[in-house]
Design a protein. Structure first.
Length: 579
């Protein structure tokens, strides 16, 4: 029985959100990295100001209901693959900015006052996020510590009549006013662009076939169970640090942080940064000095030291846990829930946004003058939007249909594929690609050859003999010469104008971005020719979601005969040729 999985077209509002989301991600990555590397004070606030300015300008170009929160969600998910170890904070910041802007505009209308209110709250949310992050990391003790430090400072400055609430109010007002200014400036820039005569020149992009966010690779050892364990240990750790004696808290922190570093070494890079330990040292010293107030008898207080150490332990446990959680949230199993729970529009929008990201990153990161002047940057991105939307639409229209022939190991998939290809060729179908032809060396040992469908020529692909090659997967050693031969067949296929390209087979190598993957990605990117893939039954779902492809039809040898599959393929290929 054939399984047909159509890939529905992305609605226009999701497509436009993908454009805005991809450009927003460029700002977060390129401009954010630049501000961070230049050690600009309040870099996060500056970035919030610029993104509010940009998003409001884009909304004048495309005033689509629901576009802003969709763009924010897409940008946040794209941010999830940032090389940064901790992704939850930046993702939350992007989402909160998008939701606040969307809600204010939704409820107060499309006018400059609504934009200014939304922008004010969006930039203010950057301050709130910092405050909440500090509170989560160090607990309520940090509030008392900061209050004591503030009271000490105002006494020294002889301005005792200014309570902390006033100082916080002034700080909040600065953020709110700057957000309003960002929105007003973005509104005027967007209106000027829409009403003026603007070139539609855009950065030259080379979209990718592979979607990075939902990329299925077995290089990472993800575990849903581990995700649950980290959550439970985090809760237990916070209780232990809050209620237990200092030596118990220290022991738990040491064991937990060490274990997380062992499993998530790349995500725990913050432990190798002197600035991180300097921050913890300052918190500890300030706690020892100010937590109980400065005493004439003793500059440091015992209670202050203990409280400071508890805050340091809490921060270490939380940051270690968030590093692990951030890593496990990239688990393909977790991400596939988006697809399986009816969120295909989100899935596909993020995929096409990711396809443009390398080109956009290259275009804007190499143009430093445009990046440093965000008014010019805004106009450049607005000019890019229509071109991007057109490219995304073309990508959606030209996604190649894929037919998957599946079955268990040694069930005769290649033999069935030969029958199918032979039957289609007899009906006038032009087919390119290759088979993986098996051959027994001696009892218990087997080797496979790449066999060109067009010429019949073969080259050794893999063998159980280590001399066959250095690339090992399972019990087989792969020959680089055989792999390159198969890749060349795929890369040369479009020149022969085939009706179908056959790839036998896709498996663990391709899931690890090796094997046929480099050539297959270029083929999917450059051509809309339909494909027939031979895939083991247990790998079908991860293989079909590794690349951004069109409609998928699955044929199972347990239910379909080779002749029945050939008839269905002939009918569908004829329909594609007649479009």
């Amino acid at each position: 029985m054939t399984t047909y999985l159509p890939q529905k077209s992305i609605p226009e509002k999701w497509m436009k959100a993908a454009v805005v989301g991809s450009l927003w991600a460029v700002i977060e990555i390129v401009l954010g990295s630049m501000l961070h590397n230049l050690k600009v004070p309040m870099a996060g606030t500056a970035l919030s100001f610029i993104t509010v300015y940009m998003v409001i300008a884009f909304f004048q170009l495309w005033p689509v209901k629901g576009m802003i929160w969709r763009a924010g969600l897409i940008c946040a998910l794209m941010k999830s693959l940032s090389p940064s170890a901790i992704i939850l904070g930046p993702m939350a910041g992007i989402l909160s900015e998008a939701l606040l802007l969307e809600l204010l505009i939704r409820f107060t209308g499309r006018n400059v006052v609504a934009y200014m209110l939304g922008g004010a709250l969006a930039v203010f949310s950057a301050l709130m996020q910092k405050a909440i992050t500090f509170l989560i990391l160090y607990g309520w003790d940090i509030v008392k510590l900061l209050e004591n430090m503030y009271r000490f400072a105002v006494r020294r400055l002889q301005i005792d009549n200014i309570p902390p609430e006033y100082a916080l109010g002034v700080l909040a007002l600065i953020y709110l006013v700057s957000g309003g200014i960002a929105s007003a400036a973005g509104y005027m820039a967007g209106k000027k662009f829409v009403t003026g005569k603007n070139s539609t020149n855009a950065p030259s992009l080379q979209p990718q076939a592979k979607g990075s966010l939902f990329n299925h690779s077995r290089k990472q050892n993800y575990s849903v169970v581990m995700l649950l364990i980290i959550f439970l240990l985090l809760i237990a750790g916070l209780l232990i640090i809050g209620e237990s004696k200092l030596h118990v808290s220290a022991l738990f922190t040491l064991i937990f942080t060490g274990g997380m570093y062992w499993r998530y070494k790349n995500n725990m890079r913050f432990l190798r940064k002197p600035a991180f330990w300097l921050q913890l040292t300052i918190i500890l010293l300030f706690s020892a000095i100010f937590f109980k107030g400065i005493s004439v008898d003793s500059f440091f207080t015992r209670q202050g030291w203990i409280t400071g150490l508890h805050m340091v332990f809490r921060a270490l446990v939380l940051l270690s846990a968030f590093s692990g959680i951030s890593n496990e949230l990239k688990n393909p199993v977790v991400k596939n829930i988006l697809y399986q729970r009816g969120l295909k529009n989100l899935y596909q929008s993020v995929e096409i946004a990711f396809s443009a990201l390398p080109g956009l990153m290259n275009a804007f990161s190499t143009n430093k003058k445009a990046v440093l002047g965000f008014r010019k940057l805004t106009h450049t991105m607005l000019r890019s939007s229509h071109s991007l939307l057109k490219q995304f639409t073309e990508m959606e229209k030209n996604r190649p249909d894929v037919y998957i022939l599946t079955g268990d190991v040694d069930e005769g998939k290649t033999s069935a594929a030969r029958e199918i290809v032979s039957s289609l060729q007899s009906r006038g179908c032009v087919i390119e690609g290759f088979f993986s032809a098996g051959q027994k060396e001696h009892p218990g040992h087997q080797r496979y050859f790449v066999e060109d469908i067009h010429s019949g020529q073969q080259k050794l692909l893999c063998s159980q003999n280590p001399a066959a090659g250095t690339l090992r997967t399972g019990r087989f050693y792969f020959s680089e010469e055989g792999l390159q031969y198969g890749r060349d067949i795929l890369l040369q296929a479009p020149d022969k104008s085939p009706h179908l390209v056959v790839v036998d087979e896709l498996g663990p190598l391709e899931l690890n971005d090796r094997g046929w993957t480099p050539a297959l990605e270029r083929l999917l990117q450059q051509s809309s020719i339909p494909h027939l893939w031979i895939v083991r039954e247990k790998l079908v779902k991860v293989i079909m979601r590794k690349w951004h492809i069109g409609d998928v039809t699955i044929f199972n040898l347990k239910k379909d005969s080779a002749e029945e599959i050939a008839e269905q393929l002939d009918e569908q290929l004829s329909r594609i040729r007649s479009r």
